[in-house]
Every structure is written in C-alpha cells, then in structure tokens.
Ligand binder design. Structure first.
Ligand code: MG
Ligand code: MG
Length: 277
C-alpha cells in the first residue's frame, strides 16, 4: 500500500526530516580524529530527545543505537562503538527522527581530516546522485525512473559499484513503507509515482565493486573488496515536474565548512612552526 499524504502530513514529515538534518549538523560540528562513534550516537540521541523527538532507529527490529554509523568499507547499519575516528576516515551517519506521528530519514557521509581525493570524489558523486533521483521523483514517473537515474550517473557516467541488496523506501507513519526504491533499474519500470507520495531516496555507492556482505552481528553491511562506500539520503516528496527534498544538506555543509576552517587554523598554529625549515 502506497500512501498519498495530505499537504499537512507532508509538512509534518518535512519537520521531522529537517530535524534529522539538524541532528546531522550537530554531528558535523564535532567530527574530528579521536572522537568515538559511540560519542556521536550519544550527542545525536540527546539532540533528538531535546527537540521532542524519538530516534526512529533505536530498537527498530532490535537495532541497538540511535543512529547507524558506518565507517570506510562499512556501507550501512554500522553499530556505534568505541572505535576512534582517524584522519582520512569517511563516516556515514544515518538518522531517523519521529515526532507527531511521522518519521524523517536522512543520511550523510562525512570526511574526517585529510581524505584521499578519489574517496572525496566518491562522496561528491554519491551526493549528486541523490539529486538525480530526487529530480525523477515526479508525478506520473515510475520508481524505475528514479532508480535508473541513480544507477546511470554512478555506474555509467562514473565508475562505481551500486549496492543492490539495500534500497530506498516509502516513509511516513512508518519508517519503512512501500514502495521499495532500488538504486538500479530500468526507466519506466515499477510502481507509478503520484504527487503526495513520500519516499526516501538513498544511494549506497561503492568505490570498487558492488558486492557486499553482512557481518556476524547480523546488521553491519560492508563491501566485499574492503574499499570505501558512501551513502546519502533525502526524504523526498513526489511533486509535479520534479521531486522535492524535504531534508536538507545545506546546514550540514555549512557546519562541515566551518569545522574544516576551525581545524585548518588549529593545524596552522600547532603544526606550522614544526614544518618550517
Ligand atoms: Mg536512513
Ligand atoms: Mg532510509
């Protein structure tokens, strides 16, 4: 069953989605080498609860934490842990916020310190691919149009592996609703999209091959070849003409930039004298 949401419902979903963006912005502010992923989970949960929400993921099918934190070769569903972030890591934080009966869901992959150019490029292209999907989330298109746009951009225009085992989804009163929204497919295939549907579009894109496997914990999904993976997600309203992202990356990007400037001024003070001569 695919729901058509009223204007009022979509505005409530937008509020939840923007609270996810705000939570990810809080994460962006504190990312640095040495921080543990468990600390990130704590900050995220506190922020969600301080804003009157419930972390959608906590306890979902038994998931043990408030956010999924996936480092480097982990694609999705990583558990927060005592792992300390290192310079050069990438880290995906996937977050859900539930309030007033509706969920928002969004994910963002962050670079920690100096990340290899080829990995930064993976992040850039994966982020762009979300918008390729959002554009296609319009009234009368089909799910396959969204899927194809993402797959074509990431694996044909660019040389990456598109994860097939995990997909986007409808979202609203439940975190995961119909329809499934794969990140691969054919134009014109699948369910027809109608204005008022709300779907989470979430490409999971690997630097290397598309194959993944699940750790013994039953949750953590990682690349088989051990190469890094990126994941960006927007809760998206189906509209006439093109879809509308209800979550926003803009505040996250602003916090990332501010954090990078803070760190670069720190490094220039601390390390510049060492480098002289
Ligand atoms: Mg998500
Ligand atoms: Mg999702």
């Amino acid at each position: 069953m695919i729901y058509i949401r009223s204007k009022e419902e979509i505005e409530i979903i937008r509020k939840s989605a923007l609270m996810v963006s705000a939570t990810l912005t809080e994460v962006a502010k504190l990312l640095r080498p040495g921080l543990t992923t468990l600390e990130i989970d704590k900050v995220a949960e506190q922020f969600i609860r301080d804003n009157g929400g419930i972390p959608s993921f906590k306890g979902y099918n038994g998931f043990p934490a408030s956010v999924c934190i996936s480092v480097n070769d982990v694609v999705v569903h990583g558990f927060p842990s005592k792992y300390e972030l290192k310079d050069g890591d990438i880290i995906t934080v996937d977050c859900g916020f539930y309030k007033n009966g509706y969920h928002g869901d969004s994910a963002y992959t962050f670079a920690v310190g100096d990340v290899k150019p080829e990995v930064l490029q993976l992040l850039k292209i994966t982020k762009e691919s979300v918008f390729k999907g959002v554009e296609q989330a319009c009234d009368n298109n089909r799910v396959g149009d969204v899927s194809y746009a993402i797959e074509h951009f990431t694996s044909k225009v660019h040389p990456y592996g598109v994860v097939r085992e995990l997909v986007g989804h409808g979202i609203g009163r439940d975190l995961h609703e119909d329809p499934q929204v794969p990140n691969y497919g054919r134009r014109g295939d699948g369910k027809r999209l109608k204005e008022g549907m709300v779907i989470a579009i979430e490409p999971m894109i690997n630097l290397g091959k598309k194959e993944v496997f699940t750790w013994d914990d039953g949750w953590t999904v990682a690349t088989k070849d051990g190469l890094p993976s990126a994941h960006f997600e927007h809760t998206t309203a189906v509209r006439k003409g093109k879809g509308e992202a209800l979550s926003s990356f803009a505040p996250i990007e602003a916090a990332e930039t501010a954090n990078a400037e803070l760190n670069s001024s720190y490094y220039s003070i601390v390390t510049a004298p060492v480098k002289v001569g």
